[in-house]
Design a protein around this ligand. Sequence first.
Ligand SMILES: CC/C=C\C/C=C\C/C=C\C=C\CC(=O)SCCNC(=O)CCNC(=O)[C@H](O)C(C)(C)COP(=O)(O)OP(=O)(O)OC[C@H]1O[C@@H](n2cnc3c(N)ncnc32)[C@H](O)[C@@H]1OP(=O)(O)O
Length: 281
Amino acid sequence: MMRSKVLSLVPRATGVCRHMSTATKLTTVAVDDKTGIATLTMNRPPVNGLNLDLLRDLNQSIGEVEGNKSRGLILTSSNPTIFSAGLDILEMYKPDKDRIREFWTALQDVWLALYGSSVPTAAAINGHSPAGGCLLATSCEYRVMLPKFTIGLNETKLGIVAPKWFMSSFLSVLPRREAERALNQGRMFTTEEALSIGLIDEVAISKEQALDKCAQFIGTFAKVNPLARSLTKQQLRAVELQQLENERAQDLERFLFFVNQPSVQKGLGIYLESLKKKAKN
Ligand SMILES: CC/C=C\C/C=C\C/C=C\C=C\CC(=O)SCCNC(=O)CCNC(=O)[C@H](O)C(C)(C)COP(=O)(O)OP(=O)(O)OC[C@H]1O[C@@H](n2cnc3c(N)ncnc32)[C@H](O)[C@@H]1OP(=O)(O)O
């Protein structure tokens, strides 16, 4: 059955996959007709850096999945080695004063939509997932990761401070003591370390297997009343969601104050240079 404007039909392992009406370019949503599960793919070369445009497209796609009665949402990346490099540092370095407000507001929106999503969510982490990438993954309810990649909140290593709601997602996955140590250290975990600490739930040998494992997780809710499941999830997550809703304006001002500090700007500039030098070598 056609559940939205269909742009194209692409066969997949589990069923016929319908590409939904995403008018956006940096994300795609494909719903499997057999399972009813939507796969949301980030596609912003080279590293899925979360800039304003990708954040807007993510928001639109999450909204689309919420609205099209999908049975669940799997978040993944079209890049074979990077899930997401986190926030696009170019948005924060020498920022345009209006755009950076929109940027942070869009990031808040994405977190509220993903962490608070009414459908079951899972991340197929098919590549590196630092900082904002880890935020996206830990906002989902389940994580499957491919070997030999890294994940974590490395903000302190960049001389920046993860906001409270980044920490909330992390704390919803890790025991407090582990989360506190990792956040203070800015620690990046290998896939194997992430599995042993509980930051991810499973390891898969390929992206296809990761998507299948995520679909299996979402399938575990097949016999659970959807309204009861979704209200339970929302009650469990309500405190953190409400806290950001209540403090959105202050959170934005705190971010702007912090990011505009000369020492933070200097640190971001040095970090960007080091990334560029690395790319040249
Ligand atoms: C009290 C508190 C109040 C308020 C809070 C205040 C502040 C909080 C603010 C911010 C929170 C930020 C969270 C973040 O997400 S910051 C971003 C952190 N991300 C990273 O550290 C990742 C950096 N990237 C990498 O480690 C690697 O690139 C990689 C592992 C993702 C991929 O490695 P590759 O070898 O495959 O690719 P590269 O050659 O390194 O990169 C290719 C290309 O892409 C550029 N690039 C990479 N990452 C970023 C990025 N995050 N932003 C912008 N650009 C990035 C890289 O420079 C290369 O560019 P060129 O091709 O050389 O042009």
